[in-house]
Structures are given as structure tokens and as C-alpha cells.
Design a protein around this ligand. Structure first.
Ligand code: GDP
Length: 334
């Protein structure tokens, strides 16, 4: 890995705190870096800006490709701006690792928002990032908060690990769905439905309007069958058209209602406190993993034994344990 030119910590800190978008983007790139020298710098920047974080509303938005997420975010985001709020949109895109391209967060998908000075859109990082792209999204989110953004959207695609990671960093989780596309609950993993605070039946326009209303009733009934949540919130089912803008105000009102309720019953802060603990554990994993893979002896050993491991002549789990032992011996020589 090449060493890149970096600013001093103070330049990042001042830049982020004054809302300098160029520095904000560079600071996010810094926290996404797996280089240990960058990690130290990133830590210093994060620690300094942390007191200025926490004031935004963090909203996760998910749904399968084609459900209309970018169209929805473009319109819903404008509604947020109309409230006099500043919006940052971040994307978690697990597919970018294999395709080496960024599908989510592509600025051209949200033309109006990306032209607006009150909005900040961060394309998802491409290429492999140690410890997972999603883990770094939390730091990116906090940097955006420190830079003065009042609302953060975190967009994920598909149904799986990144949703679980994002659930661990947001206040409210929206699942966008389509009427008729796998209209039984079986179509979506039960776990994802259990995680979300609202189901939005999107594209409720034109000929699809009636089907969307029916789907809304069906999902609302189905959600009653899930066990009650500790925060006593019953997930809402709403319809909307991201394209035409119908139903978006109700979604915003619902999020406001949720936020006020959760603040008054104490769940809002309790949830964030738990998320901070999880953040620490996630970061421990990330630091261990990145220092392991950047260790030269480990790198060489893996390289040397790759063929053997591929052939199946050596047990992969045995090899893994040996490598971890080699690593531990290096940090703490016997
Ligand atoms: P994403 O892959 O989830 O980001 O979905 P897109 O926002 O790119 O939308 C996928 C397709 O659905 C595009 O052709 C959009 O024009 C269309 N679309 C998105 N939202 C709506 C909507 O509310 N109503 C209708 N009728 N079409 C929509």
C-alpha cells in the first residue's frame, strides 16, 4: 500500500468543524483507510470531533435494487431540506467489493440533491476495505454530524449483513418494498422485517395504487403477529410514491413522532449508548484484523501456503490457528 499525502490532524478537525466539504470528504477517506498510520490520525480526528456529534437524526434506508431507493432519497431528501435541515446521504454497498465499482451513492442518481449545497452525498467506497465497508460508515456518519448535518440517511442494498451493521448505527430503519413483488412475507427475510421501524410500500402511483393499499393492509396485519418490542413501537406500514412525492410528508411526520416518543421514554439515548458499546467491539475486531493482515510475516506465510490450502491438503482451520499463534507470538514474544 502506498503512503498517501495527509493533512495534520488539526487541518481535518478545523475543516470538519467548519463544514468544509472538501476536508470532510478527505476526512472520510482517512477513516476508511486501513493503513495503521492513517488509523492513528483518524483516531485523533475522531476523538476531537466527537463532542460535536450526536445531534442528527440517523435514518437507515434499505430495499432491493429497483425498489426505488435513489428516487425516494432524491425526493424525500428535498423534503428534509425544505424543513430547513441539512442532509448527508451515505451508502453502504457490499457489492462494490466484487464489482470494483460503486453502485450506490453514485451522485448522478440524485441529481437535484447532489447540486444542493445543503446536502452532501458520499459515494460508497469501492475496492476492498479491511473490516468491511459498513464499519467505517459509522465514522463517516459522525464526521458528517460534526460538520453540521442534521439528518443522515444511510442507504444499503439487499438484505443481509450490511443491514444488521446499519441497524447498529441508526435511530430509525426504513424498509422500502413493492406491492405484488413477493407479496407474502416470505419474500423478505423475517429478520429484516423485525429490524425495521417502518415498512414503506413504494411506487404507490398510477395503476399500482390499489395494489399498494392492499399490500399495506396485509403487511400491517402480519406485523401484528410479531412480538412486541422493548421500546413499545409498533412498526408502521405506509405507502408512498418516491417518483411523484405522494406520502412523503407522512413518512417524515412518523419519524418525528418516533423520535419524540423514544426521547421521552428513554429508548433513544439507551439505544445510542448500546450502539457505542457495539462500536467499540466492532472497532476492536477491525483493528485486530487489519494489523493481522498487514503483518509482513503473516502476509508471507499466507502467500506461501496458499496452494496447499487451496488443494485441501492442509486443514484451513488448523492453518488459521497457526497463523493467529504466529501473530500473537510476534506481539508478545514468549
Ligand atoms: P433503486 O435501485 O432502489 O435505487 O431504484 P431506483 O430509484 O433507481 O428506481 C428503479 C426504477 O423504478 C427506475 O426506473 C425508477 O424510475 C422507477 N421508480 C422509482 N420510484 C418510483 C415510484 O415511486 N413510482 C414508479 N412508478 N416508479 C418508480
Amino acid at each position: 500500500m502506498k503512503k498517501r499525502n495527509r493533512h495534520s490532524a488539526q487541518v481535518y478537525i478545523d475543516g470538519v468543524l467548519t463544514g468544509d466539504r472538501v476536508i470532510l470528504s478527505q476526512a472520510i477517506t482517512l477513516v476508511e483507510s486501513a493503513l495503521s498510520s492513517d488509523q492513528m490520525l483518524a483516531e485523533e480526528v475522531m476523538s476531537a470531533v466527537l463532542p460535536n456529534t450526536g445531534k442528527s437524526v440517523r435514518i437507515g434506508i434499505t430495499g432491493v435494487p429497483g425498489v426505488g431507493k435513489s428516487t425516494f432519497i432524491e425526493r424525500f431528501g428535498q423534503l428534509v431540506l425544505e424543513q430547513g435541515l441539512k442532509l448527508a446521504v451515505l451508502a453502504v454497498d457490499p457489492s462494490s467489493q466484487s464489482s470494483r465499482g460503486s453502485i450506490l451513492g453514485d451522485k448522478t442518481r440524485m441529481e437535484v440533491l447532489s447540486m444542493d449545497k445543503r446536502a452532501y452525498i458520499r459515494p460508497s467506497p469501492s475496492g476492498t476495505t479491511l473490516g468491511g465497508v459498513s464499519a467505517r460508515t459509522r465514522e463517516a456518519m459522525l464526521l458528517c454530524e460534526a460538520a453540521g448535518f442534521d439528518v443522515i440517511f444511510i442507504e444499503t442494498v439487499g438484505v443481509g449483513q450490511s443491514e444488521i451493521a446499519v441497524k447498529g448505527m441508526v435511530d430509525f430503519f426504513l424498509l422500502l418494498m413493492l406491492a405484488g413483488a413477493g407479496d407474502e412475507l416470505q419474500g423478505i427475510k423475517k429478520g429484516i422485517i423485525e429490524m425495521c421501524d417502518a415498512l414503506i410500500i413504494n411506487k404507490a402511483d398510477g395503476e399500482n395504487r390499489e395494489a399498494a393499499k392492499r399490500a399495506k393492509r396485509e403487511y400491517a396485519n402480519a406485523l401484528h403477529l410479531f412480538p412486541a418490542r422493548e421500546n413499545s413501537w409498533l412498526p408502521q406500514v405506509l405507502t408512498c410514491s418516491g417518483l411523484e412525492g405522494d406520502g412523503l410528508e407522512s413518512i417524515w411526520e412518523m419519524i418525528e413522532t418516533y423520535k419524540n416518543k423514544m426521547i421521552s421514554n428513554g429508548f433513544f439515548e439507551a439505544n445510542r449508548a448500546e450502539q457505542r458499546v457495539r462500536w467499540m467491539h466492532d472497532h476492536i475486531g477491525y483493528l485486530l484484523e487489519s494489523s493481522f493482515y498487514q503483518n509482513e510475516v503473516i502476509e508471507r506465510s499466507i502467500q506461501e501456503e496458499l496452494l496447499e490450502i487451496k488443494s485441501g491438503n492442509v486443514s484451513a482451520i488448523k492453518k488459521a490457528r497457526e497463523l493467529v499463534q504466529i501473530f500473537m507470538n510476534q506481539i508478545r514474544p514468549e
